[in-house]
Ligand binder design. Sequence first.
Ligand code: PXG
Length: 443
Amino acid sequence: MSLAANDTSLPNDLAPFWMPFTANRQFKSNPRLFVEAEGMHYTTSDGRKVLDGTAGLWCCNAGHRRRPIIEAVQKQVETLDFAPTFQAGHPLSFEFASRLTQMAEGYDQVFFTNSGSEAVDTALKIALAYQRAIGQGTRTRLIGRERGYHGVGFGGISVGGIVANRKQFGTLLNGVDHLPHTHDIAHNAYTKGQPEWGVHLADELERIVALHDASTIAAVIVEPVAGSTGVLIPPQGYLKRLREICDKHGILLIFDEVITGFGRLGASFAHDYFGVKPDLYTTAKGITNAVVPMGAVFCRPGIYDAFMDAPENSIELFHGYTYSGHPLACAAGLATMDLYKDEGLFERAADLAPYWQDAIHSLKGEPHVIDIRNLGMVGAIEMEPIPGKPTARAFDAFLKAYEAGLLTRTTGDIIALSPPLIIEKPQIDFIVDTVRDVLKTVH
Ligand code: PXG
């Protein structure tokens, strides 16, 4: 497992790092290492430039190594490296929470975490504790959706619907049920934006309520646009219908905006884009442009207040992380919000979205392609699997694109794309031309 001993930029042993969500043996036999990044590009250990077609892991929305964020973090680490936020505090966490709630019209509080997975578990716990606080303590069930991805905590994988992420880990949380996913190529292949067919799938929530009784259900959680499972765009009217059914039955609606938050769809958040407001929503990734890990749960008015009836000296919510509101993350986050605003990156994403849509839909008719989907600055190309070898074709496409200087993500037999929002049109053309070439040569 050792690499060329004469190249000092490379680690000499790849074995000790058990890589996450990775085919470790395959990777370590032929590693792909990034040693530098700038703007839209990574530099590999063999000195090649690779265009970042996925904003890292859907998180570097303003591109890489942005000066104002670097400087803010440097300044902060020289001033206050860490301070507790349990029964003490530091100003930046309050400042950042205020900035976020100004941006999130209709949401009054944020709870800081260090990742999307923690944001999801936090949101589920707040939902359960809120129902209890308002005298609805029988509401203990959580409803997720097939093919949903909500990170890797036990709460997240329980409400999540990706089989591979669940099956190794025992019985998970009990009292969880799942809506059907909304993906249907027979009806919706090659839809640009939101499909017309499929709003009725939200009515499945009524069936779940009828089965368990509303008085047992605390919350429903969905990704407004499902990302990791391969970019599933919600049918027109679907999210609104979920909202209506939740309202009718006193069920909280949680949106998982870990991917869709901070400009990915050309609006601050997906709930702004769709005009459907959840009670709670989770964020991470773009909240700091991924420079320092952070997540946050946003709460609509009334949620926090419901906990404030307890005696004044008592802790209202027994939950939090050592690093909730870490000073470096808050500094990075504040600088990131400035950058998004100063460069108008969310508007930029909205302006580029039609060009992006036309570009990726131009791949229709290329070999193996069975569907193309897009919304905002997200796109996916679904390929026919090689018979008996699911995912093999997409992985081959990933490797070929990487060799050709483009970073993509694959899941199943789907190529997912979500570039930084600073992307220029010629770079969109490069992505599409590269994927076109790859499709012609892939197994
Ligand atoms: N919710 C959603 C909707 C996500 O997409 C998480 C929660 C978990 O976040 P953390 O920070 O705990 O990883 C995610 C993460 C991919 C990919 O390429 C997607 C994620 C992470 C890594 C890869 O599909 N999403």
